[in-house]
Design a protein around this ligand. Sequence first.
Ligand code: UDX
Ligand code: ADP
Length: 463
Amino acid sequence: MKITKICCIGAGYVGGPTMAVIAQKCPHIKVTVVDLNEERIAAWNDENVDNIPIYEPGLSAIVAEARGRNLFFSTAVEQAIDEAQVIFISVNTPTKTYGKGKGMAADLKYIELCARQIARVAKDNKIVVEKSTLPVRTAEAIKSILDNTGNGVEFQILSNPEFLAEGTAVTDLLHPDRILIGGDTTVEGQKAIQSLVDVYANWVPADKILTTNVWSSELSKLTANAFLAQRISSINALSELCEKTGADVNEVARAIGMDSRIGPKFLKASVGFGGSCFQKDILNLVYIAKSYGLNEVADYWEQVIIMNDHQKKRFSNTIVQTLYNTVADKKITFLGWAFKKDTNDTRESAAIYVADDLINEQAKIAVYDPKVSRKKVLADLDYLETRTAESNMKSISSYEDAYTACEGAHAIAVLTEWDEFVQYDWQKIYDSMHKPAFVFDGRNLLDKAALEQIGFVYQAIGS
Ligand code: UDX
Ligand code: ADP
């Protein structure tokens, strides 16, 4: 089947950029992205493309090119499902906060709602594509809902996990390491796979498009994220040992990264990984392993999360201890709140947990992040439910510029590796701070020698 109409349910960090790139590269395909969230859709349709709801380098230009031509954003979910030959499901799958598997398993209620809606609306055969990361065998559940509640039409379910990383989404989508498509081994399943392969073949070389069975595809996504996160926890574990022994974690990472079997990427010691994927997917993997009675497998992967939590705690503890064991009423400025640079996404950002610890110690936190609003900072803290919203408001403030944020601070903590932080006039910042002036660099971003020369007491993770 030649695909000419695609619908994507979910206009978030995955659905939005992915569909924008498909639309740009396939002008012959009408791509409609739908979402229940009216505010989000309105922002995607904002006349000024700089106001689209997701900040990703290069994304607004692509949206400007394709929007209104063959890329559409809408809240008319049913109409888009009805029209499309292929329906991507890109809704959120957060970790469950209730019931069985609480804190571990993926909450599939949004996925199930989508499946039921597709079943209700579809009047002709459709290919349904899982784009969100899902536990292994979710496709089976979707298929069962579709087949048992549908109008007798045929559904093919494909798994096509997205490997883009935030901050580099556009480049990752334009030049993917691989595209993975899992489907049924039946003739119909193979035809569905081929239809989707043909879409990607518009810009991705054939040897980078892998096809597998559904379960391999679903599990590969969890495995890729688990391996990446594991590297960070491994280097972070060693960062603590480096601090005790006088080794420098950056030097160690460089030395081991030159071994071609290890490779240099994802070896940057940090205050801990964040983002919507790593923790969620590993917890999911742990939950699946446990549910099959594979306790050693579960414990092995759980340790990656335990290490990451420890790293965040360790960072806030270091701040308190270094500031003479008390941060009560001291102003501590956070440079960065996003979970990594070049994104406005803050989900699971280490900054949230470090701030929470320091507020428990009665510190006053001042935040500057080039892309994160005050509203978002407060919402992130409120979400933890450690204290009331009113009390959070008193403990945390957010600034439009970094220099004002740092004025009168006792310490600066670097939580995100935004490039602009390196360019600052650090002498000016030093002059405006309490003395001794401390910098706790959670990202190994700044120049130790230069800051010490100015007079800062500088501490980075792992050295
Ligand atoms: C990740 C995967 O990379 C991507 O393939 C998948 O589709 C989604 O999850 P993302 O979470 O967007 O992408 O960003 P990533 O670049 O992987 O960074 C995740 C976290 O790890 C960030 O907080 C980052 O700062 C941290 N990190 C990354 C480190 O602390 N050290 C490193 O060396 C690399
Ligand atoms: P991700 O990072 O996986 O893209 P996001 O939370 O950024 O996650 O985006 C998921 C989007 O899916 C949200 O904008 C949410 O409103 C939308 N969504 C969830 N359930 C449905 C549904 N049943 N119909 C339409 N949109 C939905």
